[in-house]
Write a protein that binds this ligand. Structure first.
Ligand SMILES: Nc1ncnc2c1ncn2[C@@H]1O[C@H](COP(=O)(O)OP(=O)(O)OP(=O)(O)O)[C@@H](O)[C@H]1O
Ligand SMILES: [Mg+2]
Length: 162
């Protein structure tokens, strides 16, 4: 487990940008943490680091959004941003996730999921779990946990500070 201190939203965004350097097509990233922890802010930074098109926001009417690569620059990889929050009290959240057909895009994209614990792990052989903690002074901390695959090796190459 690797820990990071994220004092401000700008630093959370920058951390996401830095993290994007580690990410490649086929990766699944699970973001956990309470409401307002900074999951979307971090995803926004990842999107910026990958150089994808479209603002990364909390989708109101969709569970998942595809951000295509910018043909004029950035990395040639798409970002799929899913937010399963509104599935939590639905009848069969796992079936709803499967209906989204996210596995059709996982191989060619970086897939980042908020509120996806217990719902999306099957989409890839391995994943990176990022736990965001929100503290009383409004700072955040992030813990990176490698779950399978070569994530542990890849995290070794990720500098503690950028
Ligand atoms: N250090 C920080 N890191 C990230 N966000 C911060 C930080 N300090 C303050 N904030 C604020 O906290 C909020 C985080 O919101 P964000 O939508 O990213 O959270 P979330 O985890 O996606 O929440 P939700 O579960 O509702 O989707 C933003 O308003 C942001 O400005
Ligand atoms: Mg969010």
């Amino acid at each position: 487990m690797t820990g990071f201190v994220l004092p401000t939203v700008a630093e959370t965004y920058a951390f996401g940008q830095r993290l994007a350097g580690l990410l490649r097509a086929g990766d699944l990233v699970l973001l956990t943490g309470p409401l307002g922890a900074g999951k979307t802010a971090l995803t926004r930074g990842i999107g910026a680091g990958l150089g994808v098109l479209g603002d990364v926001t909390s989708p109101t009417f969709v569970i998942a959004r595809l951000h295509r690569p910018d043909p004029t620059g950035g990395r040639a990889v798409a970002l799929v941003h899913a937010d399963a929050y509104r599935l939590s009290d639905a009848g069969d959240p796992r079936a709803e996730i499967d209906d989204l057909d996210l596995d059709a895009s996982v191989d060619e994209s970086v897939t980042v999921v908020e509120w996806g614990e217990g719902l999306v792990e099957h989409l890839a052989d391995a994943h990176l779990r990022i736990r965001l903690h929100r503290h009383d002074d409004d700072t955040r901390t992030a813990e990176l946990e490698a779950v399978g695959g070569d994530w542990a090796q890849r995290l070794v190459t990720f500098p503690a500070r950028g």
